[in-house]
Design a protein. Structure first.
Lengths: 596, 204
């Protein structure tokens, strides 16, 4: 066969133009995933710079570093970029790379659609940012873009609307692709109750996108026609209503918050079991919690509108409080996974633990504000700014960094530097809290958000000064992370297939994986197929270190105890018997639970 | 569905085959999801219709002269006929004469879609109100305009599957036809809802 000849030859490096063309035209989910991540990180640098400008303006009372117009543009673009062009696409990038790997598929269901959804993203993003080049400047009505202010803005606003329509299309196509991939392309044995939680989270996120993004599209379309074609959807003098915008926007806007966090929860739900050397506590409960949150998130949008008098505050208060129940289940599942685990404090684990702590603070803020009485007091103050940043930095971004440190070896074949990772974590954790925790107090003192400056006698100066200095330290922590990535990319590609002793299928292939991902797939008889494989190898060869790669040796050298979960043994044996080519499984060595 | 030979040979043929077989029905799942998102999209406008309806004492709002009903009524009948022709197409898709056997009914569905599009476009000529006169008027132009855009999209989709059925390309698979049908049923159903709310709903 000619195939053997081809494989025998060492692959000649392709010339640079051809390699660039490979990336520009690729439909490989792994390359597209990396492009998602790189594109998002470029926008992240831009959005982060805007944040530093905002903080610099607020460093002292009556500051004139930024004009009020420039300040409005800065916070509008900062919010828009971070939400639509950084966090959501970063999670999509991980999803692109790892969902097909985790379910044992060769690629996404629609590879060309996948490439299209990626390429729409920089196009939409640049359209939004291009507002800075117009005469009136960029959009300046806040990321929520309320009418009537957004009806009065200049050309930058139109670019903002068009850009978000494009980005929304990108998300929608990507989400349909994820759902079909997870539903249709799972490997044999990979039932929905064996799918890793990150893939589950991507699935629930994608369902949210499919059912929520169209509401934003409708709102943006009405905004565009109200601005240019003379419709009166948002014009009360002709029978329209501002409520029409608020309802369409927030029907999208609150599920959006969960789109931004569920993926990060998924990452953490992968990392905590691996670095605790225990199975995820309540795997099925976690899935149930994700589904409940997904469903409930469509019933809570009115809590953004308590103070407008347009919604039934009690109803939305109850649904919002209700959503904290499944969220609490998630946090408890992580904590019980950690309980009596053999914890390894590698950088991914540190960021995951950081997420648990920080997200819990942000979540409790949310429960507190779900009470209309409390919300009336802190509405549109820095309390809300603090809450959103605890959820989006302390939640989403910590999860994303956890994922970056966890999966970087798989994506590049190189392990990120541990010491720099630990430095980055502690710098970020401390500076993040010093920056955003005092915003609670500023909010309670009544400092309004989205206002360019504050008077000298307000008593807000000291806290703002502290926050701004601390925000610069956040930038330093990001630069530490960037430095880590840059020096690691210069190192040789020597990462083993499974550097952490992982559970899910991405660790069953090389780092980075070959085209089409797998030469052979291990048998899948639990939600932790790679661990099953490692245990089977260790049981077959006592005395040798476990694993296909350098999994932690003590997992294997500890003598196996009898299987704790009888259901799993039965199904494992049943499937082993019916699968040809499986290793012979004795009852004792089918699944020794050395960890428990 | 049986496993068939695939041109891609790397890295493990059985994996590639499995993916190919499963991908065959992925397009139907994808279309169902797309239609679900379309439904939310139109629901946003219908939600505004509902809240505007609830906010006033009389509907249609005072001073509104509704659109003429003759062309739209013919139009909705034509559109429902197109949907019925599509249903007949799908019934024939399981007969021996597939794929060319479905072409006459597919052509009828496509032709009626074109007729509906033309009727809707003509009917704009004698609408007695402008887009900015009130919330009903804005909703009217927005929703019917989007419906027209979706009908044009449907024509393109039906034309593509008709071409592929003609060339015999669909001989081994039905999923493109099925996807087109799902989309078309949605547009037809939407047309009926729009007729009831925007045309019949504007009668005093």
């Amino acid at each position: 066969m000619t195939t053997t000849d081809v494989q025998a030859k060492p692959a000649a490096p392709r010339p640079r133009p051809a390699r660039v063309l490979d990336w520009l035209t690729t439909t490989d989910h792994k390359k597209i995933g990396i492009m998602y991540i790189v594109n998002s990180l470029v926008f992240f640098a831009f959005g982060g710079t805007l944040a530093m400008l905002i903080r610099s303006q607020l460093i002292q009372p009556n500051n004139s570093f930024l004009s009020p117009q420039a300040f409005n543009e800065a916070f509008t673009m900062h919010g828009t970029i971070m939400i639509f062009l950084v966090i959501l696409p970063l999670l999509s990038g991980f999803g692109n790379y790892f969902v097909p790997l985790q379910i044992g598929a060769l690629d996404m269901a629609f590879p060309r659609v996948n490439a299209a959804s990626f390429w729409l993203l920089p196009i939409g993003g640049l359209t939004v940012v291009a507002g800075y080049l117009t005469k009136g400047g960029a959009a300046a009505a806040g990321w929520t873009n309320y009418v009537p202010l957004s009806l009065q803005e200049g050309t930058g606003e139109d670019l903002w609307i068009l850009g978000l329509l494009i980005v929304g299309t990108s998300s929608l196509l990507g989400a349909i692709n994820f759902i079909v991939t997870v539903l249709r392309l799972r490997a044999p044995g990979m039932s929905m109750t064996r799918v890793p939680i990150f893939t589950w989270a991507t699935l629930t996120t994608s369902i949210l996108i499919v059912l929520a993004i169209p509401s934003l599209t409708a709102g943006l379309l009405m905004l565009l026609t109200d601005r240019h074609l003379g419709t009166v959807f948002f014009d009360p003098s002709h029978g329209g209503s501002v409520a029409n915008y608020l309802n369409t926007f927030w029907f999208f806007g609150h599920p959006e918050v969960y789109m931004l966090i569920m993926g990060a929860w998924g990452v953490v739900s992968e990392i905590i079991p691996v670095f605790s050397r225990k199975p995820l506590y309540g795997y099925r409960v976690v899935i149930l919690a994700l589904m409940l949150i997904m469903a409930l998130s469509f019933t809570v949008w009115g809590h953004h509108m308590y103070t407008t008098g347009l919604v039934n505050d009690s109803f939305f208060s109850v649904t919002t409080e209700l959503i904290s129940v499944p969220t609490g289940l998630l946090v408890l599942a992580w904590l019980f996974t950690l309980w009596k685990g053999k914890l390894r404090f590698e950088p991914p684990m540190l960021f995951a633990l950081g997420l648990i702590a920080m997200f819990t603070i942000g979540g409790i803020d949310g429960v507190w504000m779900a009470s209309p009485a409390a919300d009336f007091a802190v509405h549109d103050t820095y309390f809300v700014v603090s809450h959103i940043h605890y959820v989006l930095i302390g939640g989403s971004l910590f999860g994303i960094f956890a994922g970056l440190y966890y999966w970087f070896p798989k994506m590049t074949g190189r392990v990120l530097d541990r010491r720099l990772g630990i430095w980055q974590f502690w710098l970020l954790l401390i500076s993040f809290n010093v920056t955003f925790f005092p915003m609670h107090f500023l909010g309670l003192m009544g400092m309004p958000r989205r206002v360019a400056t504050y008077p000298a006698g307000s008593g807000w100066g000291a806290l703002n000064l502290t926050e701004t200095i601390s925000a610069y330290v956040i930038t330093i922590s990001m630069l530490v992370g960037l430095w880590n990535v840059l020096i690691t990319l210069r190192k040789p590609r020597n990462a083993p297939a499974d550097p952490w002793g992982g559970n899910s299928l991405e660790w069953a292939t090389t780092s980075p994986p070959p085209a089409y991902n797998f030469d052979v797939l291990p048998e899948i008889r639990s939600e932790r197929p790679v661990r099953d494989l490692r245990m089977a190898v260790a049981a077959a060869q006592p005395g040798r270190p476990a694993g296909p790669a350098t999994g932690p040796a003590d997992e294997a050298t500890r003598p196996g105890e009898p299987v704790v979960r009888p259901g799993e043994t039965v199904s494992a044996q049943a499937e082993t018997d019916t699968t040809p080519g499986a290793p012979p499984a004795e009852p004792g060595e089918a699944a020794p639970e050395a960890e428990e | 569905m049986s496993t068939h030979e695939s041109a891609v040979s790397r890295p493990a043929p059985e994996l590639v085959d499995r993916q190919a077989v499963r991908s065959a029905s992925s397009s139907v799942t994808g279309m169902v999801l797309f239609v679900a998102s379309e439904a939310v999209f139109f629901a946003a406008f219908l939600g505004i219709y509902a809240t505007s309806y609830a906010a006033v004492k009389v509907w249609p709002p005072a001073g509104l002269t509704g659109p003429s009903l003759i062309l739209p009524t013919v139009g909705v009948v034509v559109l429902l006929g197109s949907g019925a022709a599509m249903a007949q197409t799908m019934r024939l898709a399981h007969r021996a004469e597939y794929p060319r056997g479905v072409l006459p009914w597919l052509a009828i569905a496509l032709g009626l879609a074109v007729v509906f599009g033309i009727l809707l476009a003509i009917s704009y000529a004698d609408i007695p109100f402008g887009v900015g006169q009130g919330i009903y008027e804005s909703l009217f132009y927005m929703i019917t305009g989007l419906e027209l855009a979706h009908v044009i999209g449907g024509m393109a989709l039906l034309a593509v599957v008709a071409t592929r059925a003609w060339s015999g390309e669909l001989a081994l698979r039905r999923d493109p036809l099925q996807s087109a049908a799902i989309y078309w049923y949605f547009v037809v159903g939407l047309g009926a809802v729009i007729y009831a709310l925007l045309y019949l709903g504007a009668i005093r």
